[in-house]
Design a protein around this ligand. Structure first.
Ligand SMILES: Cc1ncc(COP(=O)(O)O)c(C=O)c1O
Length: 417
């Protein structure tokens, strides 16, 4: 077995990862007879006890429908639900809770914006995305393009997985109406310079949307300093429950665009002659919302607020650095995505091995990674691969787990060599 002793050279931080791990009950189990090593955080992250307790308490003590004002439980549920909205506002540094819309997740948020902007688009207009987008930030725009005659134009990516800034600048023109760009790539881990891109786009009067799904688990974005018109993310990747996500939008734009779905809550007055819309944010929240999930997301953010953010980011950087150091231990292993600024996401291939075989063999050793196209087929085409294996780390992962992954990869490689 190749020596993995470079561990001693990896940076250790003051971040108490063992204490943090105790907050996540799911992590302490065995899978296939081995301690679980959960490295599929990019797909969905695990939930701390604080989130589980908040949702449990909500259902035990305060559940009722919200905004009805009919009785005490309704008031409690509304206070918890709107309290969570304020927590999200604070997390994003949005100006007002009117700008925080609950959605089912990133995907629904992008569909909402794309549909809302459709009336502004006409034949020949251009919607700029990038070659590294998740399908959730491609397909809704393609559907709107089909309806309006607009065109979806991809900004190129460089071979090492950076956004090609020359391509970006050269594609901006008087026909560009929308820039929809990911903050962080789910495949490459690349952190895009979104503030600079938005600044350039704004100079052309372009509406900007940032897909923050993979950014928020690692960084706290400030929507006011970013200057974007829309910022979207999913709760389940941010250590909160599934079924809920967030659309931040500048109030003025949200006022202007039409509602996405019709029904209860989103109306001011309904008649067969004329129906009018509720005020923000409710205009975009048709039907009974995911109340317990909002409470859970609020609890997840409060939990993160209680951690030492700089120490947490340093611990994550150490995980990536450690993984990068160990790559050479596995013959034929190649990282896809080596941008200068990355979150701890490692997509890779191993010569002669199919990604799904790597995933299956790791699972037998208790290690959960993701394999496949990661909902980024255009990017797979760019790299000429059908898919990759991807280990995506969270702050609760340890340097020992990185070592365990590489020891297991060595075994897998030897088995097939
Ligand atoms: C960058 C990015 N955007 C959008 C999504 C879609 O998120 P959801 O399925 O939670 O709507 C994902 C999920 O993996 C993602 O990584």
């Amino acid at each position: 077995m190749t020596d993995l002793s470079v561990a001693s050279t990896a940076k250790r931080t003051t971040f108490d990862v063992e204490a943090v791990r105790r907050d996540f009950p799911i992590l302490s189990q065995q899978v296939n007879g081995k301690p679980l090593v959960y490295l599929d955080n990019g797909a969905s992250a695990q939930k701390p006890e604080a989130v589980l307790n908040a949702m449990d308490r909500y259902y035990r003590e305060m559940h009722s429908n919200v905004h009805r004002g009919a009785h005490t439980l309704g008031d409690r549920a509304t206070a918890a639900f709107e309290g969570a909205r304020e927590t999200v506002r604070n997390f994003l540094n949005a100006e007002s809770t009117r700008e925080i819309i609950w959605t089912r997740g990133t995907t629904e948020a992008i569909n909402l914006v794309a549909n809302g902007l459709a009336p502004r688009l006409k034949a020949g207009d251009e919607i700029l995305v990038s070659h590294m987008e998740h399908h959730a930030n491609i397909v809704p725009w393609q559907m709107i393009a089909e309806r309006t005659g607009a065109k979806v134009v991809p900004v190129q990516v460089t071979p090492d997985g950076e956004l090609d800034l020359e391509s970006f600048t050269s594609l901006l023109n008087e026909k560009t109406r929308v820039l929809a760009i990911t903050h962080v790539s789910n495949v490459l881990g690349t952190v895009n310079p979104v503030a600079a891109l938005i600044e350039q786009a704004k100079a052309h009067g372009i509406i900007t949307l940032v897909d923050g799904a993979q950014a928020v688990p690692h960084y706290q974005p400030d929507v006011q300093s970013l200057g974007c018109d829309f910022y979207v993310f999913s709760s389940h990747k941010l250590f909160g429950p599934t079924g809920i996500g967030v659309l931040y939008g500048k109030a003025q734009l949200l006022e202007e665009i039409p509602p996405y779905q019709g029904g209860g809550e989103m109306i001011e007055r309904v008649s067969f002659e004329r129906t009018t819309w509720n005020t923000l944010p409710y205009k975009f929240e048709a039907g009974t919302p995911a109340i317990a999930e909002a409470v859970g997301l609020g609890a997840a953010i409060e939990y993160l607020n209680g951690l030492d953010r700089p120490a947490m980011e340093a611990a994550e950087a150490a995980l990536l650095e450690r993984a990068n150091q160990l790559v050479e231990m596995v013959p034929g292993m190649k990282i896809i995505g080596t941008a200068k600024r990355k979150v701890p996401v490692m997509s890779f291939k191993i010569a002669g091995l199919h990604p799904s075989d790597i995933g299956t063999l790791l699972d037998q050793q208790g290690i959960a990674i993701r394999t496949g196209h990661h909902c980024a087929m255009p990017l797979m085409d760019f790299y000429g691969v059908p898919g990759t294996a991807r280990a995506s780390f969270a702050f609760y992962n340890t340097l020992d787990e990185v070592d365990t992954l590489f020891t297991a990869l060595q075994k897998v490689q030897r088995l097939f060599a």
